[in-house]
Design a protein around this ligand. Structure first.
Ligand code: AMP
Length: 494
């Protein structure tokens, strides 16, 4: 994350953090507080409820964990008795990956204290989690479903919880966790501090806050539904049949080293990942049908730079803190406009430049309209020359209607029933190679955004790193007009 210039108001020294926490913060290399930290930490230290709106990547984990740990220090002890380590703070998150990430951060902040923390999420054996819970932990990070399993199995007692954090609350509601949250909250003491963080303050979130928060202090560091100013956004009009080739072409044309590629369905995700892998891209898939182990490995591989393309469903869209992802592709336009904001939030994090490219096929106009409304900006569609290699295309992924109805409800529940994607899936022409080009329309601009005045800077070392092992037929084709394509690609940023 970008370092914030220390001043009188944002220096961590103003907080008078306990030496053990101040030491951990210094070891993390933080020089000063981020805006959400500067606003939230003093409030949480007073024990008030908080309703916070902050984009992911803003430092919100430290914004709630540091003051919680500080307040829990009075319970710190080195006893080995589990009874001396009841759960005092509960942090709930929607996905396993987020839970894991937040738990790791909390462990780092608490490293010099005797406060214990643990994480429990589904998809893993319950036994090791049970052993850890039974030893006693002060801070428990969990996904709602698995926590309920442990509550039912009497592996954990929550009657001494003093603090509860509902992180990514809007996402938890989207996923349908409301009944689980209500059950969990019914196990907690009424006298407690509740912190709710959400990317947006929708009506449902306000209702949730109304039921469970008491006179919360509202903290907003970025306007809800706002995309980072450092992300250049482009929308390409591409038929379903052409998406795959457009993706390969744009990755190479922009010399992208690493990218997230988002699909709406698990099946589409798996098929796309397979095709990219066959074409020589170092690719991993991340979706709900993958085992926990596979998901963590995929993420780790991406973080370590061993994987170039992480093809994922929205399970990966929220909050994952992977630095320096230069690009995000929306292979499918998300069904919820808010997911668009979260998906592209994987790039352009913490002041870095990012590039978000979305493929719009005939049926997606309504979804693009929703994004326009949310972002309050007009989206213009660009076109890209894409050469079709029919022999390759036969094995490429398509979002046909069968797939969209496939067993993927959990990750595409809001898919419009009357998806016109099926109309795009009509039989294809028989020619084995062809090139397409439609008129170019400039990319959407975010008003008053200085980033759009600068040329796009492709990441260094990128071209060769993402280049597929297999020869690229696009480059050799007589049909493609590289200059024109590149001009089209860069016109919006020069
Ligand atoms: P989060 O939004 O909590 O996921 O944090 C995003 C990233 O910012 C994480 O990698 C944190 O380690 C980092 N971070 C949090 N607070 C600060 C800070 N005050 N200064 C610099 N980096 C920070």
């Amino acid at each position: 994350m970008r370092q914030y210039a220390p001043d009188m108001t944002t220096s961590f020294s103003n907080l008078q953090l306990a030496p053990a926490l101040a030491r951990a913060v210094a070891e993390m290399g933080y020089e000063s507080m981020t805006p959400i930290q500067a606003q939230a930490i003093p409030v949480v230290l007073t024990g008030q409820d908080v309703m916070g709106a902050a984009q992911t990547g803003t430092g919100k984990t430290a914004a709630f964990s540091l003051p919680l740990l500080q307040r829990l220090l009075k319970h710190e002890n080195s006893s080995t008795s589990p009874a001396r380590h009841p759960v005092r703070a509960l942090v709930l998150l929607p996905t396993r990956e987020l839970a894991d990430q937040v738990a790791q951060q909390i462990k780092q902040y608490a490293v010099h204290t005797n406060l214990r923390s643990a994480v429990v999420f589904g998809g893993m054996d319950m036994k090791p989690q049970t052993i850890e819970l039974k030893k006693g932990v002060e801070v428990l990070v969990a996904t709602p479903g698995r926590l309920l399993d442990h509550i039912e199995a009497k592996n954990v007692v929550l009657n001494q919880v003093e603090y509860v954090v509902l992180d990514e609350a809007d996402r938890m509601l989207d996923i349908g966790f409301l009944p689980d949250l209500q059950r969990i909250l019914s196990h907690l003491p009424k006298q407690r501090t509740t912190l709710l963080f959400s990317a947006t303050f929708s009506t449902e979130i306000k209702r949730l806050a109304g039921s469970y928060l008491q006179n919360p202090v509202t903290i907003e560091v970025a306007r809800p539904n706002e995309t980072a100013a450092t992300i250049t956004q482009q929308f390409y009009s591409v038929s379903v049949d052409d998406k795959y080739n457009a993706l390969r072409h744009l990755i190479k044309a922009n010399g992208m080293k690493q990218a997230f590629v988002f699909c709406n369905s698990k099946l589409g995700c798996a098929r796309l990942a397979r095709s990219l892998e066959r074409d020589g891209f170092r690719t991993s898939a991340l979706h709900g049908d993958k085992s926990q182990d596979e998901r963590l490995k995929a993420l780790e591989g991406f973080k370590q730079g061993e994987v170039d393309l992480l093809v994922c469903t929205d399970v990966a869209a929220r909050g994952l803190d992977i630095k320096d992802v230069p690009a995000v592709f929306n292979f499918d336009i998300p069904f919820n406009a808010e997911d668009y904001v979260h998906r592209i939030g994987r790039t352009g994090r913490a002041g870095a430049l990012g590039h978000a490219i979305s493929f719009v096929s005939g049926s997606d106009q309504r979804l693009v309209g929703d994004i326009e409304k949310l972002l309050k900006t007009k989206i213009n569609l660009e076109t890209v020359s894409v050469e079709q290699d029919r022999s390759r295309e036969r094995r490429e992924p398509r979002n046909d209607s069968r797939e969209s109805r496939g067993g993927d409800r959990s990750e595409s529940s809001s898919r419009p029933r009357d998806s016109a994607l099926s109309r795009d899936s009509r039989p294809r022409e028989q020619d084995s190679r062809r090139s397409r080009e439609v008129g170019y329309v400039p990319a959407p601009r975010i008003k008053n955004d200085p980033f759009f005045d600068k040329p796009y800077e492709a990441p260094v070392r990128s071209a060769e790193a993402a280049a597929p092992a297999a020869p690229d037929p696009l480059r050799k084709s007589a049909n493609i007009k590289p200059k024109r394509v590149m001009a089209a690609l860069f016109k919006s940023t020069t």
